[in-house]
Ligand binder design. Structure first.
Ligand code: NDP
Ligand code: 2IT
Length: 448
């Protein structure tokens, strides 16, 4: 048993019994519980009130059938999910993932991590996550619209601007949010900020699209600054080529880094002259094609099939921005052997526990997802504020707030790491700083 603390060992054992066959959820819970050992020792009140026993159980789970008709007239059935994990500090908040791999384990790991991430932003948002095993890839706009309308017809019964505010995640971008918002508005006959990541013409926030990737780079830049360096002149590898990857690449480049590789689930491209982001945006955001197309359009660029090979590309900074467990121990060792000094997680849980251990043992600067990618949800909370005020801030205003929030997250995670664990162990620091605010709110509310 990995736990020295008996109480935490018991909590984890119960979680394993209650959630068998959910490896991603157990992985996420184990990591958090391991880092809470020093907190539990200092705070017997938290143990006495059963805060952690309650935190690992979602407040509510909604699972529903999503039926829709495809372009050939065939009836299709998917499964929809919303796990409303914790509302101690604000309405449930978190994205909707549309990907064929979606199952309870994946949505629960995401919803659980969202509690701590959202707390770290300093803004009043609880944790939740939803999704479906629907695959938007290869579907027509009409099919995506009919799926989203059917999905929202059920989900609308369970969400609301002060109850639960979903947003984008893998497979859910501006198009999907638009269709979901339209259906919610039609069902409820009200125009409220019930989703974030909305289009700019109907209540979206400037800089939300860019926020996760930009925030990741602001966080990384702060981590670098505190270690006497910066992005300037560094070689960067970014996995994925979706929303987070594209805007991480944009900001890393603006800060003086050179991004030389990006990927999708079919493989990766290397462009030693620096990725031309306008080409990636055209391929991914406009034409919805594969990343291999980049090598057809940019002379000198090369495509390699298979995803994990991207971690063998020599770089100073690695920004995993695709999906969970995309860096295993072998990939981590390849990065370390090639001299990589910094890993910051744009995706949720992209490094396996063995990979994180390898990075920490080798002394790399490591920015864990809950802290490093919190800029997206933080800006979602800023979108909620603007919707409540019926007002819009400028791009510069939102971007400046995002930057301050990311610097604050770095400082709070660092402070908690120094107080409770090892200074600079941001895995522990982020978990602990995020946890303490939620725990204190739960204590205040009594046993509910
Ligand atoms: P997108 O759907 O825009 O892009 C996802 C990218 O990751 C695509 O390039 C996709 O390739 C690749 N990918 C997805 N699944 C896999 C897989 N199983 N194996 C290999 N590659 C894969 O999603 P986002 O950019 O929004 O999300 C990326 C990550 O960032 C996720 O972990 C998400 O949870 C996290 N995140 C997102 C936030 C947001 O605001 N959007 C906020 C914080 C975190 P392909 O197209 O081939 O599937
Ligand atoms: O993982 C995440 O933080 C997101 N997908 C964004 C959630 C949100 O509500 O903006």
């Amino acid at each position: 048993m990995a736990f020295k603390n008996e109480y935490l060992a018991g909590v984890y054992e119960d979680v394993c019994k209650r959630n068998p066959n959910e490896p991603e959820f157990l992985q996420a819970v184990k990591e958090v519980l391991e880092t809470l050992e020093p907190v539990v020792e200092k705070r017997p009140d938290i143990v006495a009130a059963g805060v952690i026993d309650r935190l690992v159980e979602p407040e509510r789970a909604i699972i529903f059938r999503v039926s829709w008709v495809d372009d050939s007239g065939k009836v299709r059935v998917n499964r929809g999910y919303r796990y409303q994990f914790n509302s101690a500090i604000g309405p449930y908040k978190g994205g909707i993932r549309l990907h064929p791999s979606v199952n309870p384990s994946i949505i629960k790991f995401l919803g659980f991590e969202q509690i701590f991430k959202n707390s770290l932003t300093g803004l009043p948002i609880g944790g939740g996550k939803g999704g479906s095993d629907f695959d938007p890839k290869g579907k027509s706009d009409g099919e995506v619209m009919r799926f989203c309308q059917s999905f929202m017809t059920e989900l609308a019964k369970h969400i609301g601007a002060d109850t639960d505010v979903p947003a984008g995640d893998i497979g859910t971008g501006a198009r999907e949010i638009g269709y979901m918002y339209g259906q919610y508005k039609r069902l409820r006959n009200e125009f409220t900020g019930v989703l974030t990541g909305k289009g700019l013409t109907y209540g979206g926030s400037l800089a939300r699209k860019e926020a996760t990737g930009y925030g990741l780079c602001y966080f990384t830049e702060e981590m670098l600054k505190n270690n006497g360096t910066s992005f300037a002149g560094k070689t960067v590898v970014v996995s994925g080529s979706g929303n987070v990857a594209i805007y991480a690449t944009e900001k890393a480049t603006q800060l003086g880094g050179k991004v030389i590789a990006m990927s999708d689930s079919s493989g990766y491209v290397v462009d030693n002259d620096g990725i031309k982001l306008d080409v990636v945006k055209q391929i991914k955001e406009v034409e919805r094609l594969r990343i291999s197309e980049y090598a057809n359009r940019v002379p000198g660029a090369q495509f390699f099939p298979g995803c994990s090979g991207i971690w063998t590309v020599k770089c100073d900074i690695a920004l995993p921005c695709a999906t969970q467990n995309e860096i295993n121990e072998e990939s981590a060792k390849a990065l370390i052997a090639n001299g990589c000094q910094v890993v910051a997680e744009g995706a949720n849980m992209p490094s396996t526990p063995e990979a994180i251990a390898a990075f920490q043992a080798a002394g790399l600067l490591f920015g864990p997802a809950k802290a490093a990618n919190a800029g997206g949800v933080a800006t979602s909370a800023l979108e909620m504020s603007q919707n409540s005020m019926r007002y819009s801030w400028t791009f510069e205003e939102v971007d400046a707030k995002l930057k301050q929030i990311m610097i604050g997250i770095y400082n709070n995670a660092y402070k908690a790491s120094a107080e409770y664990a090892t200074p600079g162990d941001l895995v522990a620091g982020a978990n602990i700083a995020g946890f303490l605010k939620v725990a204190d709110a739960m204590l205040a509310h009594g046993v509910i």
